[in-house]
Write a protein that binds this ligand. Sequence first.
Ligand code: NAD
Length: 477
Amino acid sequence: MNILNYINGEMKAANNGSVLDNYNPATGNVYGNIANSDASDVADAYEAAALAFPSWSITPAEERFKILNAIAEGIDSLRDTLALAESNDQGKPLWLAKNEMIRAGQNFRFFATAAMQFASESHAMENKAINYTLRTPIGVVGCISPWNLPLYLFTWKIAPALAAGNCVVAKPSEFTPVTAAMLGEICSSAGLPNGVLNIVNGLGGSVGQAIVEHPKIKAISFTGGTVTGKHISSVAGPMFKKVSLELGGKNPNIIFADADMDKAIKTTVNSSFMNQGEICLCGSRVFVERSAYESVKSALVAEVLKMKVGDPLHAETRVGAIVSKPHYEKVLGYIELAKEEGATVLCGGGALHPEGFEGGYYIAPTILEGLPFDARCNMEEIFGPVITITPFDSVEEVLAMANATEYGLAATVWTQHLTRAHQLAAQLQMGIVWINCWLLRDLRTPFGGVKSSGVGREGGLEAMRFFTEVKNVCVAL
Ligand code: NAD
């Protein structure tokens, strides 16, 4: 399978003709290649987008609604094909990829309706004046996404950008380009005019960098690692671009002794190991109130030992393959570091080589105990199937440990104590707090992190605001 760029409605090879290997992480085999583009392809994509903008930006909201809805239907109708492609490209279990494809369609459907609902505000000044805000599309915007939830996150950016009337130059991760290319075809079939969406494949340091540096791409919506986000900020800041950054996390999962334990344990297994732990929202630091510590620990270990790890296409697989060899090595490196830091391995603790998939990148779901809260493995994002478990004695203690990292994306709290839950929600330095649930998403809610987890919010009207320029008009009465 050769993945081409989607520019001006056409599939095109990179101008320089070069390609990168594309690996199936389940087997470790190369199964295709992708265009290894450079700044000249980004320039072409920009030109196509700039040409499409005058017409797309004044296309009536109802027409944009219809086209975005048709894209959603296109995704829905190809759900199984897209899911299989995503699983082969990323290593995630097929059943999970199928769920993510539902969300990819929902992203377009949700922002199709946002195009119809988004409205200006007005502020009356007694009898002196009336102000109204005009919101207009920005122009050509850049959307850059990571490999962990490929189509889910790609569409989460592109849909609001298009709904708000912008044209887009987008870049999927070089590790997971396949479903983005399929989306290009879906968009053309759904009647999206040529040039409104352009997808350029290749490496972050060339294609991503060229998008961020392009003087006429006025806004960058980025999801990925904190180090990359910091670099993007340093390039886009002096150019005064609008930037939205959704970055890493090291999320606490706090379990009090009064929690509904069946639910807390079942959900904790998911929030720790879903998608091989490669979700920015995974709860990688589990804190358990001391009186419940031993029982929670043994229940978690028992559940994790039941999880089938291996062939992502097998219906019973819970944990598939790690996305790439470099990432697999990074995660294994953290497990070794944890051992050096004094961790006890309660389960997992290394690579697995399932029969028939010996070349793939598999890591056993790993639970570590006995690490100080400020050990590196408790402070740095591992982004794999590795969690730590730590007891606590008081609300103050767990709050201090939860807030101790540089990250501030999401936290989960398990308790039946209403007051304590709300007090913690207010004091946790996070963009998102889940009480007695995890990853329960309402697409209208603001989504994003504080501290090194990012700048800005996605979701609902926040995304529509990001992708528009605002002007106040003051009319004296
Ligand atoms: P990454 O930062 O390596 O890459 C993300 C994207 O940026 C890729 O498309 C990459 O090619 C591109 N890129 C790399 N260098 C670039 C540069 N110099 N200029 C422009 N673009 C560049 O991240 P990743 O490894 O693909 O994804 C994993 C990270 O993403 C984790 O840290 C995870 O927490 C984070 N993430 C955050 C969220 C969130 O919503 N906060 C969601 C998912 C993933």
